[in-house]
Write a protein that binds this ligand. Structure first.
Ligand code: FES
Ligand SMILES: [Fe+2]
Length: 377
């Protein structure tokens, strides 16, 4: 049996993905094409471009992209490359109300990606040339979709509609599709980890490690309060029935989402990985997302954004709560770094066979491995 077939066996007998999936740049290159560029991957937060004319450059596994808020208030994503000689078009985040002007020879594109100016293209006194047909030379647009504060893109353009791929999750979390509020000062942070991006996914999938890695979290949301969530081909993760909302000493709480079912009020929270690279969490008063931005086979940038349920939650009155909430999540994700980096180093042991899964505790992790193995077979 091939190794990737073994990974796809039932959880009781399956092995994990082999070492080269974590250490070999050639496998990484192939995986990048199929899993990250070939699927719907998270690249940015909608809050990175809050206003019309905002532009935000980002790379997805080396592919330069620029996220733009157009005049119709829609988020669009383009390949961040000028159609003239291929210069990177937008170098840094900012405002581009007058359009995006290439720093090299000043060709300029509007927010809808149309090429609108080509100075001196016809010689020192002509801004036009019959061979340069502007309507044909707009920016190369990439399909984009915004869901729960995250901008997803499908660079290969062949993954099918986002809402179809994730229809089951969208049903499961339908109540959370409400306006989200984000402050860029306290409600986001970035971690730099020395591991393959998949190890961050795997670690997020399970609550098995709580007692040893997150003793504080485990003191109120214990391992036995958790359940597994498994949906092959799209997502997996875990949930808890005892989420404790952040409150101040005088008892103030953040606003909650409107129209939630009782289960969410009573403390349920869920943590799901939208394959391939977005780790999302929902609670009655906030949702968050961690974007895994791979920088190479053993290096990942993790960007976390926390989104709130009301405009009021964003006011000065609640600044302390937002800051405590962000600190708590940062502590949890910091605690995970030692294990994801330790697993990365472990993948250099030449005879490690991919490991085994607990049939009780690791079903969501195995679901992800099987998805990778299937997609890469
Ligand atoms: S490369 Fe952009 S204008 Fe020349
Ligand atoms: Fe963890």
């Amino acid at each position: 049996m091939s190794y990737l077939a073994k990974v796809q066996q039932a959880v009781e007998t399956a092995n994990g993905l082999p070492n080269e999936f974590y250490t070999d740049p050639a496998v990484y290159a192939q995986e990048t094409k199929r899993l990250l560029l070939g699927q719907w991957s998270g690249v940015a937060f909608a809050g990175d471009v809050p206003e019309v004319g905002d532009v935000f450059p980002v790379e997805l596994a080396g592919v330069p992209l620029v996220v733009v808020r157009d005049r119709e208030n829609q988020v669009r994503v383009y390949e961040n490359v000028c159609r003239h000689r291929g210069m990177i078009l937008v170098g840094e985040a900012g405002k581009a109300k007058q359009g995006m002007r290439c720093p090299y020879h000043s060709w300029t594109y509007d927010l809808n990606g149309r090429l609108v100016a080509t100075p001196l293209v016809g010689g020192p006194d002509a801004n036009h040339h019959p061979c340069i047909d502007k309507p044909e030379l707009g920016l190369l647009e990439v399909p984009a979709h915004v869901y729960l504060g995250v901008v997803y893109v499908n660079v290969s353009k062949d993954a099918g509609p986002f809402r179809e791929m994730h229809s089951k999750l969208l049903d499961r979390w339908a109540e959370f599709e409400q306006p989200l509020f984000f402050d860029r000062d306290v409600s986001q942070f970035t971690l730099d980890v020395a591991c393959n991006w998949k190890l961050a996914v795997e670690n997020y999938c399970e609550a098995y490690h709580l007692p040893w890695i997150h003793p504080d979290l485990n003191s109120y949301s214990r391992i036995e309060d958790h359940y597994n969530i498994v949906e092959s081909d799209a997502y997996s993760g875990q949930g808890t029935t005892v989420f404790n909302p952040t409150r101040t000493e005088d008892g103030r709480l953040l606003d909650t989402f409107t129209g939630l079912k009782d289960q969410w009020w009573n403390g349920q929270a869920e943590y799901i990985v939208l394959y391939p690279n977005v780790l999302a969490g929902v609670h009655r008063d906030h949702v968050f997302a961690m974007l895994l931005l791979p920088q190479g086979v053993n290096h990942t940038i993790e960007r976390v954004g926390i989104f709130y349920a009301s405009e009021a939650s964003m006011g000065e009155d609640f600044a302390d709560l937002r800051s405590v909430n962000a600190k708590q999540w940062r502590l949890v994700f910091d605690e995970d770094i030692q294990v994801v980096e330790g697993m990365q180093r472990g993948r250099n042991a030449p005879h490690f066979d991919g490991g085994r899964f607990s049939p009780a505790m690791d079903t969501a992790t195995h679901c992800f491995h099987a998805w990778v193995a299937k997609s890469m077979s």
